[in-house]
Design a binder for this molecule. Structure first.
Ligand code: IPE
Ligand code: IPE
Ligand code: MG
Length: 226
């Protein structure tokens, strides 16, 4: 089986997962975080070195304030209680997206987690929080201008949110929608896309292996003739 160097995931379907069980949407998000933690373990085991997870989009602010608030609290609490695991598991955690609109206490917790670096790194996990692909492109373009640098693909990537990451090889979206929803626009130009109806909280290791098997059969041409 081919293993992607960089896997990106749009973790969608938490709300519907909860609704179908008569639970509040936030219960789906709670379950979703647990599943994300398991996915990281699975990726380490499989030798995936980069994992980028869409956690909160620049458009998710449009949701009811109560859900937004609960999501922020959930993430903050999760980081506070669990970041001690990063070292023992060999996880290098970082964040992409905007920081200026997040609750102060959450951004502090993110900073703290980001500064915990394992000696023996097994995986880089990147959480996209208040992240939008268009917003990232605009920010990178502004910085290019400010620094008076040439507008080249190399310089642009250098000033993007993922300057050091290889471009994602595979993007998985759970939850049935077949769209990108403003995730990683620049970076996924040649990424293989995999869509599944499975809601995020039900996306088990078995489901991951199915996606990887499908990915293994893809012929990546990058515009060339093979
Ligand atoms: C994805 O699940 C998680 C976030 C956007 C934070 P949703 O909350 O979008 O779940 P559905 O799509 O409404 O089921
Ligand atoms: C994308 O899911 C964002 C995350 C998973 C964080 P959404 O549920 O926000 O996307 P749309 O609204 O269905 O396009
Ligand atoms: Mg959704």
């Amino acid at each position: 089986m081919k293993i992607p160097k960089h896997l990106a995931v749009i973790m969608d379907g938490n709300g519907r997962w909860a609704r179908e069980r008569g639970l509040p949407r936030i219960a789906g998000h709670y379950e979703g975080i647990k599943r994300a933690e398991e996915l990281v373990d699975d990726c380490i085991e499989l030798g995936i070195k980069w994992l980028t997870l869409f956690t909160f989009s620049t458009e998710n602010w449009k949701r009811p304030q109560s859900e937004v608030k609960a999501l922020m609290k959930l993430l903050e609490g999760y980081l506070r209680e669990n970041s001690y695991k990063l070292v023992e598991k060999g996880i290098n955690l970082s964040f992409i997206g905007r920081r200026d609109r997040l609750p102060y206490s959450l951004s502090k917790e993110m900073e703290r987690a980001e500064n915990i670096k394992p000696k023996q790194e097994k995986i880089k996990v990147i959480l996209a929080v208040d992240y939008g692909g268009r917003d990232e492109i605009i920010r990178a373009a502004k910085r290019l201008l400010e620094m008076n640098r040439d507008i080249t693909e190399e310089n642009f990537k250098d000033l993007s949110d993922l300057p050091n990451a290889p471009y994602p090889d595979l993007l998985i979206r759970t939850g049935g929608e077949k769209r990108i929803s403003n995730f990683l626009l620049w970076h996924i130009a040649y990424t293989e896309l995999y869509f599944t109806d499975t809601y995020w909280p039900d996306f088990t290791k078995e489901e991951l292996l199915k996606a990887l098997e499908d990915f293994s059969k893809r012929e990546r041409k990058f515009g060339a003739v093979l």
